[in-house]
Design a protein around this ligand. Structure first.
Ligand code: XCC
Ligand code: SF4
Length: 671
C-alpha cells in the first residue's frame, strides 16, 4: 500500500507521465497520483468489511465474529458489497449497449444525422445469428429488426437474453442448470439492488450466484450488444497503424481530446474534424488544423477504426490537460475524473460534458443526441477552436509509440486462414503442438495506487517470453501500446521461440489489441470459437487460457472478471482485493474469497483470485496453463523444439529499415 510521496518513477513507468508529474509539482497542481499518495485507502472499506446499506449503520466489522446491527455477518456484507459493485459495472456497460441500440434504431429509421450502416456484412451476420431473415431485405429493414430485438433484451422478463445463444451449447446448459441464465439485462441489475437492500438476501453463496447472473448479462448481453452495433455503425476493426502517448498532441493545431466510452459522439467528432468548413474555421483562428486524440476506451474505439491516435489511458486524462495544449477535453460517460474541471482552471482547457447522464459542476455542457450528432459535433469543435487563442505556455512531452491495433475476432479468424480457410484451426494447432503455450487476456484499468503501466507491461513481457500469446483491451492495451509492445516488431526478439514462429508466419504482433472494455466480449467469442474448433476440449474451461487485470480499479472490471469466470476462465486481479476481509481471520475463514475461487471453479470451471504479488501472478498463470495442457493430454511445453523454421527469411527482413519491414510483414503501409 502506498504511504507517503513516491518518486515520479515509482508513480508511473511511462516517461511522458513522469515529465507531466514533474510539471504538476512545479505548478503546485495535484493529480490522482499525488492524491493517492496523500490519502491512504480506508482499510475497513477496502477489505469489504464496511456496510452502509441502511440507516442503522454504517457498520464496520473489524473483529472476528462481530456482526452488524441487523446481525449481518462479514461474509454477507462482503458478498453484498461485491454484488453491488458488479451490478454497477454491468449497468455501465449495458447502458452503453442500450445507447448503441437506440442509435441503431434511429439510423434504421433515417433519423440519425451523419450515421450510416457502415458494415453491412457484419449487420447481416449478426442478424443471422439472431435468426433475423436477411434475404431480399434492405440493410435498414434488417437493422430495424435487430435494434428492436436488442432493445427488447433490456426489458425482457423471462427466458434467456438472445446473445447467450452464441455461447457454447454445453455452457448454456450449465447456466440453465445452475440458475444463472440471465432473463433480462435490466431485470438482473434491478434484482441485484433489491437483493442487497437491508433484510433481503443474506446467504453469501446465494448472493454471489446472482452476481454471476448479472455479470453474464453484461458480457453476453450489454457488452456484446455494444460491440456488435459499434462494428455495424462504424466498421469492424482490422489492423492499421496507430500512435499512442502524449506526444501525439500538436503544438500548432487545435487539440481536442475525446475521453470516455461511447463511440457515437467521438466518431462524429472525428468526422466533423475532417469537414472543410471546420478546417477552414481552425485556420482562420491561426491553427494548422484540428488534431483529435483519445483517452480511455473512447481512444480505443477511434484508434482501431480510424487510426486516430491515443493520448493515453485512464491516468493520462489529467496529464493531457497539464501539457497546456488541450483546447477541449470532450467527455461522455465512465472513468471521467471530477478533478479535470479544477485542474483545467489552471489552463485554458474547456472540459465539455456531453451525456445527458453526466454533468460536472464547472464544466461546459453541450448535450449530445444521436439525431443531431453532426451538428453538435461541429458546435463542440467550433467552441474548441475559439479557445485556441487563449492557449498559454505548453509542454508536450516528445514521447509516442507506434502500434498496430484492430484485432477483432473476425479479423483474427480471417488472418489465420485467409478468405478461403478462415478458422481458428491454426491457433488451436499451435497450442496443441506447444508452439504457443497458452493464451492470456491482459485487460483493465490503471490505478494510481500502483506504478502506472508497470504491472500490465511487466506481466505482458514475462508471459511473452514463456510463449503465451497475449490479447489486450482497454487501458491495459494502451499501456502496452505506449511502451511499444503492440508492434510485432518491437517485441519479437523478446518473445519465446514458438510464439515468435507463429507471429512471423501469420504476420501478427505477439500482443493483439482487441479493442475497448466492452470488446472483452470479443475475447469471449474467440474462446468459444476455439473450443468449438476442437482439439482443446469441448468448452472454454478446458482451454489453457487465463484472464488478468493487474491494475484494475473500476467496478466494470469486477463485472468483466466475473463473466469471464462464468464462461470458464481463470481470472486474476492484481492490486488490492475489495473483499480481502480481516488479515488474521480464524472462524470459517474467508467464505467469500474461497467461494469465488474454489466454489466457482467447481461450478463453472473458472475461478477468481486477487493476487497482489506480480511474480505470483505470473507463476499462477503459467501453472494454470500447464495444468490445462496436461488435462487435455497435450505435450508438455518445451521451448527448445521451436523457433528455427524460416529464420533465414526473418534474418533477411531484419536488415531492412523498420518501415519497410513492417510493410512486408504486416502489410501496413508507412505513414
Ligand atoms: Fe476505465 Fe474503459 Fe478501466 Fe480504462 S480500462 S479505466 S474501466 S476506461 Ni475498461
Ligand atoms: Fe449495519 Fe445491517 Fe444496516 Fe448493513 S444492513 S448498515 S450491517 S444494520
Amino acid at each position: 500500500m502506498v504511504k507517503g510521496k513516491r518518486t515520479y518513477e515509482e508513480q508511473s513507468a511511462d516517461p511522458a507521465a513522469q515529465a507531466m508529474l514533474i510539471r504538476a509539482d512545479e505548478l503546485g497542481i495535484s493529480t490522482a497520483f499525488s492524491r493517492a499518495d496523500d490519502m491512504a485507502p480506508c482499510n475497513i472499506g477496502s477489505a469489504g468489511m464496511c456496510c452502509k446499506l441502511c440507516g442503522m449503520g454504517p457498520c464496520r466489522l473489524t473483529k472476528d465474529g462481530q456482526t452488524g446491527v441487523c446481525g449481518a455477518t462479514i461474509d454477507t456484507i462482503q458478498a453484498r458489497n461485491f454484488l453491488r459493485a458488479i451490478a454497477a459495472g454491468a449497468a455501465a456497460h449495458s447502458d452503453h449497449g442500450r445507447g448503441m441500440a437506440v442509435t441503431l434504431k434511429a439510423v434504421a429509421k433515417g433519423q440519425a444525422e451523419g450515421y450510416y450502416l457502415r458494415d453491412v456484412a457484419k449487420l447481416r451476420s449478426v442478424a443471422s445469428l439472431n435468426n433475423i431473415p436477411i434475404e431480399g431485405r434492405s440493410p435498414e429493414e434488417i437493422a430495424n429488426e435487430l435494434a428492436d430485438l436488442y432493445l427488447a433484451q433490456f426489458g425482457q422478463q423471462d427466458g434467456e437474453i438472445a446473445p447467450t445463444s452464441r455461447a457454447n451449447q454445453k455452457r448454456q446448459k450449465l447456466w440453465y442448470d445452475l440458475g444463472v441464465m440471465p432473463r433480462g439485462i435490466d431485470r438482473e441489475i434491478v434484482e441485484a439492488l433489491h437483493r442487497t437492500h437491508i433484510g433481503d438476501d443474506q446467504d453469501p453463496e446465494h448472493i454471489l450466484q446472482h452476481a454471476v447472473r448479472v455479470a453474464i448479462s453484461d458480457g453476453w448481453g450489454g457488452s456484446l450488444i455494444a460491440t456488435d452495433i459499434t462494428d455495424i455503425l462504424f466498421g469492424t476493426p482490422a489492423p492499421l497503424l496507430g500512435r499512442a502517448n502524449l506526444g501525439v498532441l500538436k503544438e500548432d493545431m487545435v487539440n481536442v481530446v475525446v475521453h470516455g466510452h461511447e463511440p457515437t459522439l467521438s466518431q462524429m467528432i472525428v468526422a466533423a474534424s475532417q469537414d472543410p468548413e471546420i478546417i477552414e474555421y481552425a485556420k482562420k483562428a491561426g491553427a494548422n488544423g484540428i488534431n483529435i486524440s483519445g483517452i480511455c476506451c473512447t481512444a480505443n474505439e477511434i484508434l482501431m477504426r480510424q487510426g486516430i491516435p491515443a493520448a493515453g489511458n485512464f491516468l493520462h486524462q489529467e496529464l493531457a490537460i497539464l501539457t497546456g495544449s488541450v483546447e477541449a477535453m470532450v467527455v461522455d460517460v465512465q472513468c471521467v475524473m471530477q478533478a479535470l474541471v479544477s485542474l483545467a482552471e489552471n489552463f485554458h482547457t474547456h472540459v465539455i460534458t456531453t451525456s445527458p447522464k453526466v454533468k460536472i459542476k464547472g464544466a461546459m455542457h453541450i448535450e449530445f443526441n444521436e439525431h443531431k450528432a453532426l451538428t453538435i459535433a461541429k458546435d463542440i469543435l467550433k467552441a474548441s477552436i475559439d479557445n485556441y487563442k487563449n492557449r498559454g505556455k505548453t509542454q508536450i512531452p516528445d514521447v509516442q509509440e507506434q502500434l498496430i491495433p484492430g484485432f477483432s475476432h473476425e479479423y483474427i479468424n480471417y488472418m489465420l486462414g485467409g478468405s478461403y480457410r478462415a478458422s481458428f484451426r491454426p491457433l488451436n494447432d499451435a497450442i496443441m503442438s506447444g508452439r504457443i503455450r497458452g493464451v492470456a487476456a491482459i485487460v483493465g484499468c490503471n490505478n494510481p495506487r500502483s506504478q502506472q503501466d508497470y504491472l500490465h507491461t511487466h506481466v505482458t513481457k514475462e508471459l511473452l517470453k514463456q510463449d503465451v500469446l497475449v490479447v489486450e483491451t482497454g487501458c491495459g492495451a494502451i499501456a502496452s501500446a505506449k511502451l511499444g509492445l503492440l508492434l510485432g516488431e518491437a517485441g519479437l526478439d523478446q518473445v519465446g521461440p514458438g510464439l515468435r514462429e507463429i507471429c512471423e508466419t501469420v504476420g501478427i504482433p505477439p500482443v493483439l489489441h482487441m479493442g475497448s472494455c466492452v470488446d472483452n466480449s470479443r475475447i469471449l467469442t474467440v474462446l468459444t470459437q476455439m473450443a468449438d474448433e476442437g482439439g482443446l476440449g469441448d468448452d472454454v474451461d478446458q482451454i489453457p487460457a487465463v484472464g488478468l487485470a493487474p491494475e484494475w480499479m473500476s467496478e466494470k472490471a469486477l463485472s468483466i472478471g466475473t463473466y469471464c469466470v462464468a464462461s470458464g476462465a481463470y481470472v486474476i486481479f492484481g492490486g488490492s482485493s475489495p473483499i480481502s476481509g480481516m488479515p488474521d481471520r480464524v472462524s470459517d475463514s474467508d467464505v467469500v474469497l474461497k467461494y469465488i475461487s474454489e466454489g466457482w471453479e467447481k461450478l463453472y470451471g473458472g475461478k477468481m483470485e486477487f493476487i497482489s504479488d506480480t511474480e505470483e501472478m505470473i507463476k499462477r498463470t503459467l501453472e494454470h496453463i500447464d495444468n490445462k495442457r496436461a488435462a487435455l493430454g497435450l505435450p508438455e511445453y518445451s521451448p527448445e523444439k521451436f523457433g528455427k523454421s524460416g529464420d533465414s527469411r526473418m534474418i533477411e527482413l531484419e536488415q531492412l529499415p523498420w518501415t519497410e519491414r513492417r510493410e512486408t510483414i504486416y502489410g501496413v503501409a508507412a505513414d
